[in-house]
Design a protein around this ligand. Structure first.
Ligand code: NAD
Length: 263
């Protein structure tokens, strides 16, 4: 299937590793030039080189912390002066602190909203005017299965991401007639470095191997395995494509069947 993505320009936030990196790689494989960003320079530049080598596309790496307003401004300005436009925006971030309601301070709540809600809003604010002017755009937010089924002891994530889905659904209606789609993707448990780190900490605490912990997680998933980052990336590439022009305002999971609800 030709996704019609050749020579489009994509900005993928929080993309030096994990799901963001996989999305950047997939979009580049489909012919996009891509702007990637993260806080740590070394991994970011290595990732940019890896995607360039694999795809031959123009990959711009911009060091930025997406919780810092000035960094978001600089990121988008640098991307626009390099490529003149951003056709596809994939918002993403790290995960907030785990814990329950009583574990959280006022500062923890605000930090989670900055990381998992405001970063996406601020990026969209800066990229949307260009999409409106060209009457074409794709906004895809990487959220979590937590927006369909809140996960225990992840109250910050459950809260901030629900806000993002509310914003995205409302925005999708506001821009639908202008050729711009807004969708959310919900990764289930995916085997990224972050999940490997979590499994490794749990393995040490419980005196088990990392594989045993991963098998325990997989036992709760109908597919009986964790997701591969490329599987979420394939969904993102499709939603970014010309083929998905009529899909907007949706929140779609890629989770091996983890969410049991009908909708
Ligand atoms: P990851 O830790 O492997 O990658 C996160 C990326 O974000 C890295 O490139 C990191 O450098 C970057 N980043 C983090 N904070 C940043 C900041 N303030 N500014 C700029 N860049 C920043 O994580 P992942 O597993 O790829 O997860 C990505 C998102 O998806 C997270 O929000 C996570 O909670 C969510 N999620 C992941 C899973 C999973 O199983 N992997 C499941 C559901 C939801």
């Amino acid at each position: 299937m030709d996704l019609g993505l050749k020579d489009k320009v994509a900005l993928v936030a929080a993309s030096s590793r994990g799901l963001g990196k996989a999305a950047a790689m997939e979009l580049a494989k489909e012919g996009c030039d891509v702007v990637i960003t993260a806080r740590g320079e070394e991994v970011l530049y290595n990732t940019a080189e890896e995607i360039r080598q694999a795809t031959g596309r123009n990959i711009l790496a911009v060091k930025a912390d997406i919780t810092v307003l000035a960094d978001i401004d600089r990121l988008v300005q640098t991307a626009l002066s390099h490529f003149q436009r951003i056709d596809i925006l994939v918002t993403n971030a790290g995960g907030p602190r785990p814990g329950t309601f009583t574990d959280m301070s006022d500062q923890d709540w605000l930090a989670a909203l900055e990381l998992n809600l405001m970063s996406a809003i601020r990026l969209i604010e800066r990229v949307l005017p260009g999409m409106r002017a060209r009457r074409w755009g794709r906004i895809i937010n990487i959220t979590s299965i937590a927006v369909k089924q809140p996960l225990p002891k992840l109250i910050l994530s459950n809260t901030a991401r629900a806000g993002l889905v509310g914003m995205a659904k409302t925005l999708s209606e506001e821009v639908a007639a202008e050729g711009i789609t807004v969708n959310n993707v919900c990764p289930g448990y995916s085997l990224t470095d972050r999940v490997r780190d979590i499994a490794s900490t749990r393995a040490e605490r419980e005196g088990k191997t990392i594989q045993e912990i991963i098998d325990e997680i997989a036992a709760d998933i109908p597919a009986r395995r964790l997701g591969r980052p490329e599987e979420l990336a394939a969904l993102i590439a499709f939603l970014a494509s010309e083929r998905a022009a009529y899909i907007t305002g949706t929140t779609i999971q890629s989770d091996g069947g983890f969410i049991r609800s009908l909708l």
